[in-house]
Design a protein around this ligand. Structure first.
Ligand code: TPP
Ligand code: NAG
Ligand code: NAG
Ligand code: NAG
Ligand code: MG
Length: 394
């Protein structure tokens, strides 16, 4: 008890100490960073997931505005960086980045990472072509310049704001990007009643997004498909890349909709993930939530197939609409449907956003088990190679 008490007190003091930036440290960090960047020819900045805990999203944008630098977002920070910003160049995710983003980031001669977490997933199996010598890494209370020096007790938002006032403007990286950028292609047109392809599905989803929606992306191929959505100003976005714990999104959908009542939550959940936490749908209906759930039924653990295949990746098929109808049980507002082709999808989206806009809408999308994003194929090969490397010598 006593020890715990002391422990708590100790942590509390530590937090208090770093609630404010050390003035001299901040000044030195800003000077060192400005010197580093003012020498660079085509600097860029990349937002990471710790922008959120550091409350530094606005300061990050201030720095982008003031510096003219191109800005990108790490996959795990999607939703924390405005994608409608005039210097925005997309998601930086190594080999599975959005079009032309990795090329610009990795060829830059200096980059600032604000609040990154580099793990096996965000680093695509440790295959990012980044160099420490070119990086300034800003964590919530520390700034590290290249291989050193490192300045502790410097708060991210103070640092970004002070640096914004100090840097020379340099738009080169964004100008280069604009010059060479070619957007991703459109999916091929479906033949009448052709089995629905996932890229056709997400083509229609893009048009559903606005400042009045929020996207929740479950672990699985939905990670990659949702990552490619272009978020309009104010559109929420949540996914969970640190643990990638499947089933997370059903509870996250419930919680988000309960907390942020002004947005309609649109969730993308694989069949394997949904089987873990389906019962949360009951609470959604009970609380009158109007979420739209796209249940992507591809018959198994498609993401796992691309990392390590085996018969265990095929799962028992359920009647997902039948299950949700049973949970609904005539109490509350809930509408379900199954879609197998583009025509049925268009009709389902019309109903969910029209006649059933006040109901929980559950749309089971039947997809082929091998219908994956190209990003999952690439990412899976690289993560698999990293996972199966021999252990480090002890
Ligand atoms: C709690 C937990 N168990 C197991 C895993 C391993 N795992 C990661 S993705 C996945 C399958 C996801 O399947 P599904 O939701 O159907 O998505 P799909 O890849 O088919 O789109 C599994 C089993 C995990 N990440 N978390
Ligand atoms: C960016 O910085 C480099 C190096 O100082 C310089 O050559 C280039 O002209 C700058 N570009 C702009 C647009 O300021
Ligand atoms: C971008 O601009 C810089 C400076 O003008 C130049 O060195 C570089 O080669 C250009 N192109 C690319 C693709 O980076
Ligand atoms: C699945 O559930 C739906 C909706 O409740 C129902 O109409 C359908 O008959 C069920 N399918 C099977 C094969 O039982
Ligand atoms: Mg699946």
């Amino acid at each position: 008890m006593f020890c715990n008490f002391l422990g708590v007190k100790f942590i509390y003091l530590f937090v208090l100490v770093c609630r404010l930036s050390n003035h001299l440290g901040l000044k030195a960090a800003v000077e060192a960073a400005a010197e580093f960047f003012d020498k660079a020819v085509k600097p860029v900045m990349v937002g990471g997931p710790k922008l959120r805990v550091a409350h530094a999203g606005d300061a990050f944008v201030e720095l982008a505005d003031a510096s003219g630098y191109a800005l990108a977002v790490m996959p795990s920070a999607k939703g924390l960086v405005p994608e409608h910003h005039p210097h925005f160049i997309g998601t930086y995710w190594g080999a599975v980045s959005t079009a032309f983003c990795a090329e610009i980031v990795e060829s830059a001669d200096a980059y600032l990472f604000a609040g990154p977490i580099f793990n096996d997933y965000s680093s695509v199996g440790y295959s990012l072509l980044l160099k420490k010598e070119k990086a300034i890494v800003v964590q919530p209370d520390r700034v590290t310049i290249a291989n050193g020096p490192s300045f502790g007790c410097v708060l991210m938002k103070d640092f970004l704001r002070a640096l914004a006032k100090r840097l020379k403007h340099n738009k080169t990286a964004h100008e280069n990007y604009s010059r060479i950028f070619v957007p991703n292609g459109h999916p091929l047109k479906s033949a009448p009643k052709e089995p629905l392809r996932v890229n056709v599905l997400f083509h229609h989803i893009q048009n559903m997004l606005s400042s009045e929606t929020a996207v929740i992306a479950e672990t699985g191929d939905s990670w990659f498909n949702c990552q490619k959505l272009k978020l309009p100003a104010g559109c929420g976005y949540e996914f969970q890349m640190q643990y990638g714990s499947i089933g997370w999104s059903v509870g996250a959908t419930l919680g988000y909709a309960q907390a942020v009542t002004e947005k309609r939550v649109i969730a993308f959940i694989g069949d394997g993930s949904f089987q873990v936490t389906v019962q949360d749908v009951s609470t959604m209906i009970r609380n009158g939530q109007k979420n739209i759930i796209f249940l992507i039924n591809n018959g198994g653990y498609t993401i796992e197939v691309e990392i390590h295949d085996g018969p265990y990746n095929v799962i028992k098929n359920w009647n997902y609409t039948g299950l949700v109808d049973a949970i609904h049980n005539g109490e509350g507002k809930c509408w379900t449907t199954k879609v197998r082709c583009e025509e049925e999808l268009i009709e389902a989206i019309e109903t969910a956003t029209g006649a059933k806009k006040d109901s929980l809408c559950f749309i089971e999308v039947i997809a082929h088990k091998d219908d994956t994003s190209k990003e999952l194929l690439e990412w899976g090969s690289r993560v698999s190679a990293a996972n199966s490397r021999p252990p480090n010598p002890q």
